[in-house]
Design a protein around this ligand. Structure first.
Ligand SMILES: Cc1cc2nc3c(=O)[nH]c(=O)nc-3n(C[C@H](O)[C@H](O)[C@H](O)COP(=O)(O)O)c2cc1C
Length: 377
């Protein structure tokens, strides 16, 4: 396949994989696409190890790193608050409501002292705390840097330019896309509401052509609701130069998705997701479970702003995850994770490489079919 994006990155297929799993990232890059490691919860040391691991397995093919650099978050005016300051901002009412919920579902407290370092990192969302991760990313010769929830700051764009690394940013609305253009990004990722994770309200079919026109000549990747070759063909028909997929990798053999979640995803239909603020404070699409239903209940407290909500639910999530493997447990009924509407297409666990291969093959079939639609004179 040849688009402006395949030429920009020197890749065979304009298929990008957002993933938290280094095995998936390496497999997609090796298969001719680009694996992009979501690194917001990494420590700089972990990121160093993972990027080295990916580099050793991708034979010079490009891979990327993705970080969340939110536009709005609690503590922004103070220049970013530490975990202790943020923790003191959690209302008792919210904590008590969660404790009562878990008690109702028979989910006990964690035994002993739980390790919190990884979770605390996840909560540190201010750009300052991202700086060491950004340093590590550039040290490893990444082929792409992506950011979500806001335009990348000028210092980051400048640094990437110096290092000859293209910068991409996710947009769920037209004004986000034009702000990214004005910030100097090289690629805009237009993500429709169908997508897993933080997502807006506009569908991919509507958003992508608007973004393509508004940011031209900057190339656009389409995201949200793309997990098959026919959907790739549709995205390219909308004017995108490639696709950015997140959900489809979650049920691959390589994915680090926990078994309980994988099972739920394989069984779910496209009607089984909800946009919910219950995990991070910002609307994110995830599997609908009794957890999301509880937060949608009129008696539930309003979710807190980012990063307070993640902090509020971190311990509850650990407790739920610890027991979610038990069939018929309350934890199993509550457990949820980010996923998009394509979850209804994800019915069989497959190797990552096969997912890429099937996407390309189905894309070719779709193109042939479309070709045949044009009446010959
Ligand atoms: C489990 C999960 C976590 C995500 N976390 C992030 C993230 O940290 N940063 C980011 O830029 N996008 C994140 N996303 C969104 C993806 O980058 C991508 O835009 C989205 O998954 C595309 O829609 P799809 O799920 O229909 O493929 C996440 C998506 C999923 C499914």
């Amino acid at each position: 396949m040849r688009t402006r994006i395949t030429q920009m990155l020197g890749i065979d297929f304009p298929i990008f994989a957002f993933t938290h799993c280094r095995d998936v990232a390496a497999a997609v890059s090796s298969a001719g696409g680009v694996g992009v490691l979501g690194a917001v919860a990494h420590t700089p040391e972990q990121l160093d190890v993972d990027l080295k691991w990916i580099r050793e397995r991708t034979g010079g093919r490009p891979f990327g790193v993705d970080l969340l650099i939110p536009r709005k978050y609690a503590g922004k005016d103070e220049g970013g608050l530490g975990a202790a300051d943020l923790k003191s901002m959690l209302p008792d009412e919210h904590r008590q409501w969660i404790d009562a919920l878990l008690e109702r579902y028979g989910v006990p407290p964690m035994p002993g002292e739980a390790k919190t370092e990884r979770v605390d990192r996840k909560l540190a969302v201010d750009p300052k705390s991202m700086a060491p991760l950004i340093d590590v990313a550039f040290e490893h010769g990444i082929g792409l840097f992506a950011s979500a929830l806001g335009s990348p700051p000028a210092w980051l764009v400048e640094r990437a330019r110096k290092e000859h690394v293209p910068v991409a940013a996710l947009a769920g609305r037209l004004d986000h896309a034009t702000a990214h253009r004005d910030a100097g990004v090289d690629i805009v990722i237009a993500q429709g509401t169908e997508g897993g994770g933080h997502t807006g309200e506009i569908g991919t079919m509507v958003l992508v052509p608007q973004v393509v026109d508004a940011v031209a000549p900057i190339p656009v990747l389409a995201a949200g609701g793309i997990a098959s070759g026919r959907q790739v063909a549709a995205a390219l028909a909308l004017g995108a130069e490639g696709v950015w997929c997140g959900s489809v990798w979650l049920t691959t053999h390589e994915a680090e998705t926990t078994p309980a979640i994988k099972e739920k995803f394989l069984a779910a239909t496209s009607d089984d997701t909800r946009r919910s603020r219950s995990l991070t404070g910002k609307p994110a699409r995830m599997l609908r479970t009794e957890w999301t239903d509880a937060w949608d209940d009129p008696g539930a407290p309003a979710p807190l702003p980012m990063p307070l909500q993640s902090m509020l639910v971190a311990d509850a999530q650990r407790r739920i995850y610890r027991l979610a493997h038990q069939p018929d447990s309350g934890a199993r009924r509550l457990v949820t994770y980010f996923v998009g509407q394509v979850v209804g297409q994800m019915n069989v666990a497959k190797p990552t490489r096969a997912v890429v291969g099937e996407m390309v093959e189905e894309f070719l079939d779709a193109m042939e079919r479309l070709d045949g639609i044009i009446a010959q004179q």
